[in-house]
Structures are given as structure tokens and as C-alpha cells.
Design a protein around this ligand. Structure first.
Ligand code: GLN
Length: 190
């Protein structure tokens, strides 16, 4: 049976995630309302602008149902803004920005500087033979990770790929470099 993966599609880079997951054989649902959430076996929270996504989650009524489904163990991959939304603590966020609080990390928004400071780097990822080409765009940095958080990759000593139970977060954009290994791994673990 094909896994059914939801990609939160309120704002940001959801299309590239959906495309990769489909190519890898998943059945993909773009999620924009509460009813769509019930059917999925896993979820991707894409990059974009976390403050905007937070506001749209509230307006669409998705915020609490999403928190509930994820708290009960729905596997989730959060990239960049998605990482910010899933973190337990956000530094340099907007005062009214919601956190889902599903992984015990402190992230600093836009820590690597402005758009101009976006960069790419080859990073070593646990259990991958070859380095992963990571694209960072106004990326958050992980300033602290709790004892239950497994750090799977670092860049300049800072965690950039972390996992805790059913929650995986990346401060970079694995959907943008043409390398599908992290999506493959996400699907393989469902
Ligand atoms: N800086 C953005 C935020 O705060 C995240 C950027 C991204 O997702 N590429 O949400």
C-alpha cells in the first residue's frame, strides 16, 4: 500500500516536497483544512515564512487539530520554517507566533542573516554514505537541543538535522538540491 503523505500547503515551498514524494511512490495530499488531515499517514511542514504559516494555521482552524495529530505520533518532517513551527522554543520570533512544541530544541529565526546570507554546503548526514548538498535560505539555527534529540547532521558544529521520536526537522531545504535521500528515508521509516 502506498503511504499517504500530507504536505501542509498554506504557504511556502510545498510543491517541491509534493513532487518528490509523488516520484518516490507516495500518495500526496496538499493539506489546507482540518478535514484533509484525518486521512494521512505522515506529514511534511515545508519551508516558507513561519510567522505567516502560524497565522494561516490559526485562521484555518488547523493549529490545534494539527498539534493533536502530531502529539499522538503522526510522523512529520519539518524543513526550515517547518522546523521553526515544530520547535519547543523560538528566539527572534514574532510575539504572536505559535509553536507546536513537538521537538525539544531552541531555534533562532534568520540566524544566518538575511536572504543574501543564504548559502549551500555539503554536509555529512548519519547513515548516508555520501554528503548531502544542503540549501540554506534565511535558515534557523539550532541553539540548543534536549537530551532526547538525536542530531543527525551538523554544519559548523551547529545541528542542522534532528530527530526526536516521530519528528524530524532540517534547517535546510532537502527538496531543493535534487537529492531525494532524506525524503526516501522519511518514507522508508513509515
Ligand atoms: N526565515 C523564515 C521564517 O522565519 C524561514 C525561511 C525558510 O523557510 N526558508 O519562517
Amino acid at each position: 500500500m502506498k503511504p499517504r503523505v500530507g504536505v501542509l500547503a498554506l504557504q511556502g515551498g510545498f510543491a517541491a516536497h509534493a513532487d518528490i514524494l509523488q516520484r518516490l511512490g507516495a500518495c500526496v495530499d496538499e493539506i489546507r483544512c482540518v478535514e484533509q488531515l484525518a486521512a494521512v499517514d505522515a506529514l511534511v511542514l515545508p519551508g516558507g515564512e513561519s510567522t505567516t504559516v502560524s497565522m494561516l494555521l490559526e485562521r484555518s482552524g488547523l493549529l490545534e487539530p494539527l498539534r493533536e495529530r502530531l502529539s499522538s505520533g503522526l510522523p512529520v518532517l519539518g524543513t526550515c520554517a517547518g522546523m521553526i513551527l515544530l520547535a519547543s522554543e523560538v528566539v527572534d520570533g514574532r510575539g504572536d507566533q505559535h509553536s507546536l512544541g513537538l521537538i525539544d530544541i531552541t531555534v533562532r529565526r534568520n540566524a544566518y542573516g538575511s536572504q543574501i546570507a543564504s548559502f549551500e554546503a555539503d554536509i555529512a548526514v548519519d547513515d548516508l554514505d555520501e554528503p548531502f548538498h544542503a540549501v540554506f535560505i534565511r535558515a534557523p539555527s539550532v541553539e540548543r537541543s534536549g537530551p532526547e534529540v538525536e542530531v543527525q547532521a551538523r554544519h559548523n558544529h551547529r545541528p542542522v538535522l534532528c530527530r526526536s521520536g516521530s519528528v524530524t526537522v532540517a534547517s535546510f531545504h532537502p527538496e531543493l538540491s535534487g537529492d531525494h535521500r532524506l525524503h526516501q528515508r522519511f518514507l522508508a521509516n513509515l
